[in-house]
Design a protein around this ligand. Structure first.
Ligand SMILES: Nc1nc2c(ncn2[C@@H]2O[C@H](COP(=O)(O)OP(=O)(O)OP(=O)(O)O)[C@@H](O)[C@H]2O)c(=O)[nH]1
Length: 207
């Protein structure tokens, strides 16, 4: 099939994280290649059509706003979880409390996704504001270890400094989403084969 006639890839991406970590800055940088500086607190879903690796991809990106109430800070709603194919969990390397919140959100995503039977969950942990080294409060090692423990991807970027960091995060997440879809199909395929085999052999044993 020529590349042109391949169906468009759709990916719903939920961007999570504490207040002021740079969720909007990361999202807008990916959408527009630009860093604006100040963003409204409005929660938005953006659609972004782009070619990735020769494929037509439609990203829907939900730039979530962090719940105000402290007890809901680590909250990820079932609606958000059902909507999202992949997750970007953002913290600021200058803000330890945002790193702890990221851990809570990663745990909640895995817990809820496991309950729904999803083994592989496409998630990227992002340590933002890497340009503020003099104010660093979370080491790269801590970020890498948290990502490893949660079986998620990991990048330290600066949405303020470059477009490339944002690009890599969303493209890597797209790969994880496509991998999880293909392994999901394989799993169904394998389950289907096992069911057929057991139906055939099972029937023979009882005949
Ligand atoms: N130095 C630096 N500042 C950043 C970076 N990314 C975002 N900021 C600043 O951090 C502040 C918050 O950025 P936002 O993108 O609004 O953060 P947010 O997580 O969407 O914030 P809420 O919508 O309140 O949850 C703004 O003043 C941005 O200019 C970065 O990479 N480096």
């Amino acid at each position: 099939m020529s590349e042109g006639s391949q169906p468009k890839v759709e990916a719903n991406i939920l961007v999570l994280g504490a207040e002021k970590v740079g969720k909007s800055a990361l999202t807008v940088r990916f959408l527009t290649r630009r860093f604006i500086g100040e963003y409204g607190d409005i929660e938005s879903v953006y659609t972004h059509n782009v070619m990735v690796g020769g494929r037509d991809v439609c990203f829907s990106i939900w730039d979530s706003s962090c719940p105000q109430a402290a007890e809901l800070q680590g909250w990820v709603s079932e609606k958000q979880l059902r909507w999202a194919d992949g997750f970007v969990v953002v913290y600021s390397i200058c803000d330890r409390s945002s790193f702890h919140l990221a851990r809570q959100q990663l745990q909640r995503i895995r817990q809820l996704k496991r309950r729904s039977g999803s083994e592989k969950v496409p998630v990227i942990l992002v340590g933002n504001k890497r340009d503020l080294q003099h104010r660093r409060a979370v080491s790269s090692e801590e970020g890498r270890l948290l990502a490893l423990s949660m079986n998620s991807g990991f990048f330290e970027i600066s949405a303020a400094e470059t477009y490339h960091g944002a690009l890599v995060v969303f493209h890597e997440l797209l790969d994880l989403v496509r991998d999880s879809r293909s392994s999901g199909k394989k799993a169904v395929g394998i389950r289907g084969i096992v069911r057929t085999m057991s139906a055939v052999f099972g029937r023979r044993r009882t005949e």
